[in-house]
Structures are given as C-alpha cells and as structure tokens.
Design a protein around this ligand. Structure first.
Ligand code: ADP
Ligand code: MG
Length: 401
C-alpha cells in the first residue's frame, strides 16, 4: 500500500527525521493562510506540492496546461493562485501514465535554500534477505538512471536484522554522502530515524529523494528530507490498525479495490483477453502463453487455492467491467481447488451478467468430471481447451490478436 508524501513525512518526523515546516491542505484559501504564516515566520520562499501517489511531480504538467506539480512561490497570493491551479485538476507525470492523477491535497511548506540534493532509501534486499540502506550523492534524479550510468555513486549498507542498524553504519553512509563536520552526526541521526520508521511500520520501501543539505535562517547547514515516498507491506498491515487508515482509495484503480474486498489478487492490464486462474504462478504462466500465441492479457487474476463460488462470481463481474475485454480464458488446475466450485461459479456469473464474449475454459484436476458436467449442462456456449496451450490458442483465435 502506497501512502502520500505528507503521511510519510508525519511518520518520519515522529521518529526524529527533520522535514521542512509546513502543512497539508485541500483548499487554495487554506494554502494562502499557511503560506502567510510561513512567510511571517522567516521563510522567504514557499513550496506548493501536489499530493498524488506518483513521483516526477516537479516536472509534471496538468491536463489544464498548467506546468509543474511542485512549485515555489514568493508571496501568499502567488501560492493561492498556484494552489487553485493544482487542486481539482489532473496531473500527468512520467509515472502516472497518460490518464494522470487528480490532485485533492497539497503540502504547503517552507522552501529553504538548497545547497545539495542527495538520495537515501531503505528497502529489503532480496539477494541477501536483509534490509539495505541505499544512498547516493546524486539526489533529485531517478535512482535507476544513476544505477545504470554511474553505479559507483550508489552506496549500500546491509543491516543484520538480529542486531539492527549500528551507529557506525549510519556514520559511514554520512561520510560516503560527503557530509562533513556537524552534518555527519545529523546524517547519522536522520538515517537511524528513517530506518526505525521503515522497521516499525513494516514498510516495503522508504525513499527520500531528495534528501537536502540546506542553509537555515541562522546560516547553519542542516539536513532535511524534502521529499518522501513510502510504501507499506500489505501482508503486515494487519499488525498496524493505525496505518490502515492511511489508505487513499481515490489513488487506487476501482476494479482493484472491488477485487480486494473479495480477497482476489487482481491487477488490471491493458490487453483484451481476461484471465481467471488459480495460483499466482499459473496466472503468470497463463499471461505468458496468451502473449506467446499473439494475444494480450487484460489482467492478472489469481482467485487463490480455495476460492468459493461467490469469489468466482465476483471475479467474473470484475473482469467483465473492463471495457477492453473481448474474450475470457479460465485456466484452473484443481489441487485444493474443487473444479466443480469453479464451474458452478462460472455458470452463475455468466447467467447473472448475460455475458456474450467468447469463453474458453481449461479445467484439470480435483473433481474435474463433475466440473465439466456442470458446464455442459449449463446451456452456455463454452469453448473447452484440452490443454493450457490449446485453450490459449483458442481464445487468441476468437478474440483476434
Ligand atoms: P517529485 O519527486 O515528485 O518531483 P519532489 O518532492 O522531489 O517531487 O520535488 C521536486 C523538486 O522540487 C525537488 O527535487 C526539490 O528540488 C524541489 N522541492 C521540493 N520540495 C521542496 C521544498 N520544501 N523546498 C524547496 N524545494 C523543494
Ligand atoms: Mg522526489
């Protein structure tokens, strides 16, 4: 589950990570008031930042033509105008896709003079099965680009989960980031705070890009997290009732929300062949074989090992709501799954929705004879596939590549 920058910053600030002073709001008037207070408090520039679950906002463009989802202003009136241009409008960045995201909230924050932009992230390293801290002197740009062109500018510190992050490790990263003097201990404290936030929230990723060296009003250099991207591990959310409320349904695809209500693993894609499969591995293989025969999958859908008739019906309803779907491939290998449960669910769903699209079904395994009988007696036009390849070929033929 992804959360917004302002939510991530609250979690980080609560654990001692320095962030620019500011507030979140959802109206231009409120943005102006926050800006007035910041300017009166000594800030000379104010940042207005669109809150969407996507990066690249700074270089993004609104569908209205307004440029920039993150902008700096000198006066409260400019902030008011900027906020009015962003709120209620759709921001397109290179991470949102062409459809963009509607901006409902803004951060209005002090914009200190930036001396240098750095990069810091905490995530899980799948190779070592350990948390890893990643840092780079090249902040403010895509870390993928840095990794591709100047990998020597990325530093990694692997954390032993039994011992936790050691102070010397946080200091080592600070030094590698080029911090000197008092900034080394500020860096070590900030890194420890980010790591603790990651650990305590069961986060999958925290990325601070940019982490900035700024010059404070007193002329002293300070380290602050100017941006924060955070995603929480869905499988651990049950341990955090307080964090579950951070979910923003407006940021999620409506069909995926519907699917999660029925405990279905559904991810919408942009092809024309819907698939309904049991097991994530088989679902991946099904998408592959559809592509192999020249088709394009409309979704990933794993109904799980022990799906009920209600879940299968719901799954059907969900895949049929996608207007791009021109045909359906059901690929079930019944182990725990009873083929007849799937067949009953399919028959009910097709009747309920009045579906007329080509439906190719490949059933195999547990109680398959009863399942095939249910489908045959249902009176529906169902094309049966003898094998996975046969089923994929048939659905691609019927839909047309
Ligand atoms: P995104 O990564 O989505 O483009 P960022 O929060 O990183 O959004 O903002 C883009 C750029 O805007 C940053 O790299 C930084 O240069 C500038 N910026 C962001 N927030 C502030 C701020 N509070 N003060 C000054 N500059 C900022
Ligand atoms: Mg950023």
């Amino acid at each position: 589950m992804n959360i917004h920058e302002y939510q991530a910053k609250e979690l980080l600030a609560a654990r001692g990570v320095a962030i620019p002073s500011g507030e979140v709001c959802d109206s231009a008037d409120r943005a102006r008031d926050i800006a007035s207070a910041l300017l009166a408090g000594g800030d000379t520039l104010v940042a207005v930042k669109s809150q969407i679950h996507a990066g690249g906002r700074g270089k993004g463009t609104f569908k209205s033509g307004y440029k920039g989802g993150v902008k700096l202003f000198k006066t409260a009136e400019e902030v008011h105008a900027g906020a009015a241009a962003m709120l209620g409008n759709v921001l397109v960045t290179k991470q949102t896709g062409a459809e963009g995201r509607l901006v409902n909230k803004l951060i209005v924050a002090g914009a200190p003079a930036i001396e240098k932009e750095l990069y810091l992230a905490v995530l899980l390293d799948r190779v070592t099965s350990r948390p890893v801290i990643m840092a780079s002197t090249e902040g403010g740009m895509d870390i993928e680009e840095v990794a591709a062109h100047t990998p020597e500018k990325i530093f990694k510190e692997s954390v032993d989960p039994a011992v936790g992050l050691m102070p010397y490790q946080a200091r080592r990263i600070s030094v590698q980031l080029g911090l000197r003097g008092d900034l080394i201990s500020q860096g070590a404290k900030l890194i420890a705070g980010v790591y603790r936030t990651w650990l305590e929230t069961d986060a999958a990723l925290i990325e601070i890009n940019p982490l900035c060296i700024i010059k404070g009003g007193d002329g002293k250099l300070k380290l602050v997290a100017l941006d924060a991207k955070m995603s929480l591990e869905d499988n651990a959310l049950f341990r955090h009732p307080d964090l579950q409320g951070l979910r923003d349904l407006a940021e999620e695809a409506p069909l995926e929300i519907e699917a999660s209500k029925f405990n279905l693993n559904y991810i919408k894609l942009d092809g024309s062949i819907a698939c309904l499969v049991n097991g994530a591995g088989l679902a991946m293989a099904t998408m592959d074989i559809i592509q192999y025969f020249g088709g394009r999958p409309a979704n990933f859908l794993d109904v799980g090992g022990g799906a009920s008739k209600e879940q299968v019906t719901a799954a059907f309803r969900i895949i049929l709501q996608d207007p791009n779907v021109k045909g359906i491939l059901v690929n079930i290998f019944g182990g725990i799954m009873d083929c007849n449960v799937i067949a009953t669910g399919i028959a009910a769903a097709v009747k309920e929705t009045g579906m007329k699209l080509p439906l190719v079904v490949r059933l195999e395994g547990n109680n398959v004879v009863a399942g095939k009988k249910t489908l045959a007696e249902s009176g529906l036009t169902i094309i049966s596939g003898d094998s996975m390849a046969d089923a994929a070929k048939k659905v691609v033929q019927d839909v047309g590549a």
